[in-house]
Write a protein that binds this ligand. Structure first.
Ligand SMILES: [Zn+2]
Length: 401
C-alpha cells in the first residue's frame, strides 16, 4: 500500500482518465470541423462545436504544434477584427490506398484530402488468385512504402466480395478464390502499419462522398458500383453503413429476373449481376450481334451509333433501375451515384436507370431522388479505402514526428 498516494494528486486516477477522454473527444470534434471545411476561424469552430473559445484555442494550438493545422491568413471581417483562418495541412500525413480491381490492382499514396500523390498499377490476369494475388498486393505496397512521402500512417484496402472490416477478414471473394483471408493481419505484420480492409463498393461510396461533401448539405449517399460484379455502398449521416456482417448493399445478388434466369457465381440464378454487370453487357452484345468484343470496342461501337450496343447498354440500365427502385423505397436516400466501368456510356445508360427506377417507385420518393454519374473517377476506391483510416484520428497523432 502507498498511504496517501491519492491525496498527493489533485485529481484521482479515475478523474484523470475522464479528463483524458474529454480532451480526446474535444480534439476529435475540432479536428473534424476543420477537416470538413476548406478554411474556418476559431470563433466559427467554437460556434459549431459549442466548445468555449478558450478550449478551441488550446486545442488548435496543439494541432498547430502537431503540424496538422495551420493559419492561412485573415478572413473577411464581420464588423470587428478580421478573424484568422485555419486550414488542414493536407500533406502533413500520408495514407496508402489499394484497389483490388478485376483486371488490375492499383495502389497509391494519398494525402489527408485523398489526393493521389504516387500511384502504381499492376495488370492482373484471371489466373491471379489465392496466394498469387496476395504476392501482387505485397509487390505494390512494398514499392509504396519506399516512398519519400512521410509519415505514412496506415493502409486502407478495398477488396471485392464480403469483407468483415472489424476483424480485417476477406470472408469471401470469388474471383480471387479467397475464403476467410486475414488480410489486415498479414499486411499489418509485414509493414508494421495500421490496416483496414473494406468492401470495394463501400470504399467507392466513401470516395464519392469525400468528393461531394461540402458541396451539398446531405450527409447521405448510395454509390452503385458496376464492375465485374455489382455492389453498393451506403453512407448514412456521413458514416459508412456496413451492415451486421459487412454485407450491406450487396445488390448484385438481388434477383431481378425470374429465378430460372442465368446461373450466378453465388449459386442462385437471375441475380442483377448476371444481366447488368460489365460482363453481362458484353455477353448480351455477343448474343445480339454474334461478335465478341472488349469493353473498349463496345464503347466505340456504341459511340458510332451501333443499335445493338445501345440495346445491350439500355437493358443493363433498366435492370439496375429495378434494384435502385428498391433501394429508394427502403432507404429514401436522395443521392444515388453511379461508379465503375459502365459510367463511360453516360446519359443513355443513366436515363434507362432513372426511367425504370421512377416508373416503379412511389412517385414522391422518386421525384426527390437524384441519380447521377460519380465524380471521383477511377481512383475513387483507392481514395475511399485510404480515407477510411481517418475514422480513427488517433492515427494522426501516434505517428507524428
Ligand atoms: Zn448472385
Amino acid at each position: 500500500m502507498l498511504p496517501g498516494l491519492f491525496d498527493f494528486f489533485s485529481t484521482s486516477p479515475m478523474e484523470k482518465a475522464t479528463q483524458q477522454q474529454t480532451k480526446e473527444h474535444n480534439t476529435n470534434l475540432v479536428l473534424s470541423t476543420i477537416f470538413e471545411r476548406a478554411s474556418i476561424s476559431r470563433a466559427e469552430i467554437s460556434r459549431i462545436t459549442s466548445l468555449t473559445r478558450t478550449t478551441v484555442s488550446d486545442i488548435v494550438a496543439d494541432l498547430i504544434m502537431e503540424g496538422l493545422v495551420k493559419e492561412i491568413g485573415a478572413g473577411p471581417s464581420l464588423g470587428g477584427k478580421s478573424p484568422i483562418l485555419l486550414s488542414l495541412v493536407q500533406d502533413s500525413r500520408y495514407l496508402i490506398g489499394v484497389d483490388l480491381g478485376y483486371d488490375e490492382f492499383n495502389g497509391a499514396i494519398v494525402d489527408l484530402r485523398g489526393h493521389i500523390c504516387e500511384k502504381i498499377t499492376l495488370p492482373i490476369d484471371s489466373g491471379c488468385t489465392g496466394e498469387k494475388a496476395i504476392a501482387e498486393i505485397y509487390h505494390i505496397v512494398d514499392q509504396l512504402v519506399q516512398s519519400k512521402l512521410r509519415p505514412l500512417i496506415g493502409i486502407g484496402l478495398g477488396a471485392p466480395g464480403v469483407v468483415n472490416t472489424r476483424e480485417g477478414l476477406v470472408v469471401r471473394a470469388v474471383n480471387l478464390d479467397w475464403k476467410n483471408v486475414p488480410l489486415a493481419r498479414m499486411l499489418r505484420e509485414r509493414y508494421q502499419l495500421p490496416v483496414y480492409i473494406l468492401n470495394d463498393s463501400h470504399s467507392a461510396a466513401l470516395g464519392e462522398f469525400s468528393h461531394q461533401s461540402g458541396l451539398r448539405s446531405s450527409q447521405n449517399l448510395v454509390a452503385i458500383n458496376v464492375r465485374r460484379g455489382i455492389g453498393s455502398g451506403i453512407i448514412i449521416n456521413g458514416q459508412l453503413f456496413q451492415g451486421d456482417g459487412g454485407g450491406a448493399g450487396e445488390i448484385g445478388h438481388v434477383v431481378v429476373i425470374s429465378p430460372d434466369g442465368q446461373p450466378c457465381l453465388c449459386g442462385n440464378s437471375g441475380c442483377l449481376e448476371t444481366v447488368a454487370s460489365r460482363r453481362a453487357v458484353l455477353a448480351r452484345y455477343a448474343a445480339l450481334s454474334g461478335k465478341t468484343v472488349t469493353l473498349e470496342q463496345l464503347e466505340q461501337a456504341f459511340q458510332a451509333g451501333d443499335e445493338l450496343a445501345r440495346q445491350a447498354i439500355v437493358e443493363s440500365g433498366q435492370y439496375i433501375g429495378m434494384a435502385v427502385q428498391s433501394l429508394i423505397g427502403t432507404l429514401n436516400i436522395e443521392r444515388i451515384v453511379m461508379v465503375g466501368d459502365l459510367n463511360r456510356f453516360g446519359a443513355p445508360w443513366l436515363e434507362a436507370i432513372k426511367e425504370t427506377a421512377a416508373r416503379s417507385t412511389f412517385y414522391r420518393l422518386a421525384q426527390d431522388t437524384q441519380i447521377e454519374i460519380g465524380t471521383a473517377g477511377k481512383n475513387g476506391i483507392i481514395e475511399g479505402a485510404a480515407l477510411f483510416l481517418l475514422k480513427d484520428y488517433s492515427l494522426l497523432f501516434r505517428h507524428a514526428a
